[in-house]
Design a protein around this ligand. Structure first.
Ligand SMILES: C[S@@+](CC[C@H](N)C(=O)[O-])C[C@H]1O[C@@H](n2cnc3c(N)ncnc32)[C@H](O)[C@@H]1O
Length: 250
């Protein structure tokens, strides 16, 4: 079950419960006289789907999604909700979070405390070439472009809406954004490479870092350590989320 993408597993669980509820509706008349109000059936569907989701391999917090999906669909039918709105919403979510589906890396942003730590990181360097792998809305790229030690500040991004926003922000505030998959970047060009991704790509990314980055350069990962590799330095920052920067000197 763990290998099935979570969205399909969630759908499978809903269908499984739906078949059991349908069977129940066929068998129930011998015990309870019909009709059975739809809202009761929907509530049974939602409750059972939520209860078994965690046991069948979905992360436990998905139980809330599993609970509210049948209820949401039922309410949508009740108020005659036009499914085109749902499609439009899905398309917008996809345009922003495309990499959550493909790479298992959603969009969340580096905060200001972390950016101040970047200054400390490059304090003794000169003519730094900085790269943000998956640069989101471009805030880091613009910030780094304004530091006097930084010669070039680049970001790559493949999610369409973040890319466009980053392009505009770096266009106004400095730095450059490229519509490029991070796996196609040439890391050897950069002195400082920053990633704020998720645990998922870290092992593969470390292989790329080792292969391409030159001696003396620095790889920084916000929050997600490379499994099985000891970081050269670990900085715990004083922001409310206690950001940890894993710093690897190549
Ligand atoms: C957690 S966000 C970090 C955004 C930004 N670096 C920051 O720190 O504020 C990760 C970003 O990486 C992007 N991303 C994920 N996989 C990518 C890939 N293969 N190529 C380019 N961008 C990617 C996502 O779209 C998302 O915008």
């Amino acid at each position: 079950m763990q290998r099935i993408p979570k969205i399909f597993l969630a759908l499978f669980i809903q269908l499984l419960v739906l078949s059991v509820v349908t069977l129940g509706v066929f068998l129930a008349p011998s015990l309870i006289a019909p009709p059975y109000p739809y809202w009761v059936l929907v509530l049974i569907q939602a409750t059972f789907a939520a209860l078994i989701s965690c046991k069948l391999g979905l992360p436990c917090w998905w139980r809330w999604i599993q609970f509210f999906i049948p209820i949401g669909l039922y309410l949508g039918v009740l108020i005659d909700f036009n499914p085109l709105w749902a499609l439009a919403l899905f398309v917008i979510v996809w345009l922003v979070f495309a990499n959550a589906f493909k790479e298992r890396v959603p969009l969340y942003l580096t905060n200001d405390t972390t950016r101040q730590a970047f200054k400390e990181l490059i304090k003794r360097k000169r003519q730094v070439r900085f790269l943000d792998l998956g640069c989101g809305l471009g805030g880091n790229v613009a910030f780094m472009s304004q530091q006097r030690q930084v010669a070039e500040s680049h970001g790559v991004e493949t999610a369409p809406i973040p890319y466009l926003v980053s392009k505009i922000i770096t266009g106004f505030r400095g730095g450059r954004t490229f519509a490029m998959d991070m796996w196609k970047t040439e890391l050897a060009y950069y002195d400082v490479v920053y990633a704020f991704l998720s645990p998922e790509p870290m092992p593969k990314l470390w292989e790329k870092v080792k292969e391409e980055m030159l001696p003396g350069s620095v790889f920084v990962s916000n929050s997600f350590a490379v499994p099985g590799v000891e970081a050269s330095e670990v900085w715990e920052l004083s922001d409310s989320r206690k950001t940890i920067l894993y710093i690897y000197h190549l």
